[in-house]
Design a protein around this ligand. Structure first.
Ligand SMILES: [Zn+2]
Ligand SMILES: [Zn+2]
Length: 341
């Protein structure tokens, strides 16, 4: 099978690796598509320098073999099932895992290629993975299935924010993650959803995708008023989010932020108004369970279609990476060749 390895700033190569075999509790998945996320973009651009490494963590495919312990097990994915893949290692024994916070697992993530190169497993033709980590998506398109990981992250974010039907929601940032928050809060019954961005184009697209109101950061408070849950999916806007929170409101820090950036709510406001700032990082199995159900149902199909920017194959993976590092995109996908054996 083929694997994409990042070898330096702006450099990738496609390597041949032996095909993995599933263990007793694993399944073998032939990967059909993998999305390019911030992690891969930063590696290619050199913002994060870690080479060689085989990234890719937003993938989906079809089960082609199952291990003895899960073969025929009712409810467990079987041969022929299209699945979205949770590539995170959740050790189950570190302190966060024992509290059920497996998104924060402290064990070392990743697999290894033949020569010891760390591999996340997504940009590869195949992966052998625990059956419990793959979630069937019915006949949903493969690129919708490959959005399982970011969707699960956003489901987690809604949960962290205590989002409930009827809530007034504001989303700072109208990029890919902001748009997934828009889609999920819309189907979740938000009474209003505002999207805040500096790009007029993104605001127009958010409006088309069902935003109740849109605004630039300067006009947001005036246009949208006070909110129950505010999701920050851009790299800034934390102060605005706190200002927008009505009593009982929650600010969710979803995006990655500069390490030095403070996020504060006054002690009195926190006490008297119960305004809270919470973080949302990664996802847990229950988020996958719900996210994959949404994908399978087709309820997000139009949203997900509108978030597909382009699709490339392994031969043109460099073009895909150049695209995502040179202009704003929603999601760009890479499709591996089918392994020959
Ligand atoms: Zn991702
Ligand atoms: Zn753990």
């Amino acid at each position: 099978m083929e694997v994409v390895v990042f070898t330096g700033v702006g450099e990738v190569e496609v390597r041949s690796e032996p095909s993995p075999e599933p263990g007793p509790e694993q399944v073998l998945v032939d990967i059909g598509a993998c999305g390019i996320c911030t992690f891969e973009r930063r590696l290619f651009a050199g913002d994060k320098q870690w080479y060689p490494v085989a990234p890719g963590h937003e993938s989906a495919g079809v089960v082609t073999k199952v291990g003895a312990a899960v073969d025929g097990l009712e409810g467990s994915p079987q041969v022929g099932d299209r699945v979205t893949i949770d590539l995170l290692t959740r050790c189950g024994t570190c302190a966060p895992c024992r509290r059920g916070k497996t998104a924060l697992c402290r064990s070392r993530q990743g697999r290894k290629l033949q020569d010891g190169t760390v591999s996340f497993g997504g940009f590869a033709g195949r992966v052998a993975i625990e059956a419990k980590s793959v979630y069937p998506v019915g006949d949903a398109p493969i690129n919708h299935a490959a959005m399982g990981e970011p969707i699960a992250c956003c489901v987690h974010s809604l949960r962290q924010g205590g989002f409930q039907p009827g809530d007034r929601v504001a989303i700072i940032g109208g990029g890919f993650m902001g748009r997934l928050h828009l889609a999920l809060t819309r189907i979740g019954g938000a009474s209003s959803i505002g999207v805040i961005d500096i790009s007029e184009e993104r605001l127009d697209l958010a409006k088309q995708a069902g935003a109740t109101w849109t605004a630039t950061p300067e006009e947001a408070l005036e246009v949208g008023g006070k909110q129950d849950v505010i999701f920050v999916t851009a790299m800034g806007g934390v102060d605005l989010a706190v200002e927008m929170a009505d009593p009982g409101g929650t600010v969710v820090l979803y995006s990655a932020f500069d390490k030095e950036l403070p996020a504060t709510v006054g002690a009195d406001k926190s006490h008297r108004e119960e305004v809270a700032i919470v973080g949302a990082f990664s996802q847990e199995p229950q988020d996958w369970q719900l996210g994959s159900a949404y994908i399978r149902s087709g309820i997000l199909a139009d949203d997900l279609d509108s978030l597909v920017t382009a699709t490339y194959d392994f031969e043109t993976v460099t073009d895909a990476l150049k695209l995502v590092t040179s202009e704003p995109t929603f999601r760009v996908f890479v499709e591996p060749p089918t392994p020959d054996d």
